[in-house]
Design a protein around this ligand. Structure first.
Ligand code: GTP
Ligand code: MG
Length: 460
């Protein structure tokens, strides 16, 4: 248990209906008692009573009312942190919340560091590191799917899976140590049994890698660039997808000079969409810079929508852009303005540099082909459908790096199985167990822990 009692505003600062101030630590009850004046004796904080909402005021040292509030006390160990937690629901807005927080600080609480409540919960065994990290994912979730993945994680699915893998490693380690220590009784290491265990571990790791690659797009989203020569309808497409007039659309080629960005969701996937300056040879200074930015956006993006114009037909400029895009992954050619009376582009025009791109015909103006365009985008980024059960997910870079280390380590163990000595094998299995422990949070160094929790918001 920690000596000091921490306090923070847990809701976002700004004008709002209510705000929440949270305290955790052994002095929470005493501080709340001193700061709180109940509406009636029935609303007083009673000894032993826990998890009950009480109505009253927060008062200053002279008994002056600072705000009308609802408070609750959650006695240790039945609380988020495992310590006694006091919560004050006050009115939102800067003045009321800071007045209530300051009163708690005045009475001896210390301002909490970012993530310190969750850190205490972790250190008191209320949740493991994968669950703590899932909480952060919930707060930062960019899509409904990202949120449901994180919520599943909160139930500890990854931890359970890691424990299963750890059991397999421990079984392997047991076999190696038994053959090392009691060669006369146990005999040589049963290589085929050891290999079976190793393969099972590999299968589990492969699955985790596959699922986490798939879910990455729901959490981090994808970047999509719309490119093409001037006047093909790039900004019109951006506006259509956003359902708002974000970018200026005119029939003057060279209207867009800068990269215009916004966010949308396509079938649950968060997409950063970028409209760009039309690509053409130009001596105009501003347009030149714009075209350079277009090239940068094209190389950064995960998906590239290449627009051509059925009204103008395929031109030399289109051919040059096609060459720039050649060999780049996920290029989708969209033949726009098919609503014009005499479209100049047919299937037979899409040869040469255009042949390698998946293509669609349509019209932004009349909305034709946009649904097919969205489905094609999703197919590009989501090679495999996530199964309902595939939810033991690696949620962040830290976990991903450790997962990679674990995969490399099990490969190393398999390679050593034939000719290395038993003690050498045992050392390698120990290393794998260490990485696994870091993944689940059991073997994390204090500074790593601090780093993880400092990424949280204050009050969480
Ligand atoms: N007929 C027809 N016209 C379209 C369609 N989509 C866009 N346009 C028109 O084409 C012209 C150019 O559209 P923009 O969206 O500004 O084109 P852009 O590619 O962003 O052009 P720059 O910013 O200059 O590179 C405008 O007059 C649009 O109304 C379409 O599907 N059909
Ligand atoms: Mg434009």
């Amino acid at each position: 248990m920690f000596e000091d009692t921490i306090a923070a505003i847990s809701t976002a600062i700004g004008e709002s209906g209510i705000a929440l101030i949270r305290m955790s630590g052994s002095r929470s009850e005493e501080i709340l008692q001193a700061a709180f004046s109940p509406h009636s004796p029935t609303q007083a904080i009673q000894k032993k009573e826990s998890h009950r909402l009480l109505l009253g005021w927060i008062i200053d040292a002279n008994g002056v009312k600072l705000d009308e509030v609802l408070v609750s006390l959650m006695r240790a160990p039945h609380s988020y942190t495992g310590e006694t937690v006091a919560e004050i629901n006050c009115h939102g807005g800067y003045q009321a919340t800071t007045a209530c927080l300051n009163r708690c600080l005045e009475l001896g609480a210390r301002l909490a560091l970012p993530g310190e409540f969750t850190q205490r919960a972790f250190l008191n065994g209320r949740l493991d590191i994968t669950q703590a990290e899932a909480l952060m994912e919930i707060i930062h979730a960019k899509s409904q799917k990202g949120l449901s993945i994180a919520v599943e994680q909160l139930h500890g699915r990854l931890r359970i899976k890691l424990e299963e893998i750890e059991d397999l490693f421990t079984q392997l380690q047991g076999m190696i140590l038994a053959s090392m220590d009691f060669p006369d009784d146990v005999g040589d290491l049963d290589e085929s049994e050891a290999r079976t265990i190793i393969h099972r571990i590999q299968q589990e790791f492969d699955r985790l890698v596959r699922i986490s690659d798939q879910t990455d797009i729901y959490r981090n989203g994808v970047q999509l660039v719309i490119c093409g020569k001037p006047n093909v309808g790039k900004s019109s497409l951006l506006n259509y997808l956003l359902n708002q007039e974000k970018a200026i659309v005119t029939n003057i080629p060279g209207t867009t000079r800068d990269v215009i960005e916004d966010f949308i969701h396509i079938q649950g996937i968060p997409v950063k969409i970028m409209d760009t300056a039309g690509i053409r040879e130009t001596d105009e200074t501003v347009e030149k810079i714009g075209v350079q930015k277009t090239f940068d956006a094209i190389s950064q993006a995960d998906v590239r929508i290449f627009l051509v114009d059925a009204e103008s037909g395929i031109t030399e400029e289109d051919r040059q852009i096609a060459q720039i895009l050649q060999g780049k992954p996920n290029v989708l050619l969209f033949v726009n303005k098919m609503d014009t009376s005499h479209p100049q582009i047919t299937e037979s025009d899409l040869y040469g540099p255009f042949a390698e791109f998946q293509h669609l015909f349509g019209s932004v103006r009349s909305g034709i082909g946009i649904e097919a365009l969205e489905s094609a985008i999703v197919q590009f980024v989501q090679q495999e459908q996530l199964m309902q059960d595939d939810l033991e997910i690696i949620t962040n870079v830290r976990q991903k790096q450790l997962l990679k280390k674990c995969c490399a380590q099990i490969r190393e163990i398999e390679n050593l199985l034939n000719d290395a000595s038993l003690d050498c094998l045992a050392v390698e299995v120990d290393t794998a167990l260490l990485y696994l422990g870091q993944l689940s949070g059991r073997d994390l160094a204090e500074e790593t822990l601090d780093r993880i929790f400092r990424d949280f918001c204050i009050g969480k």
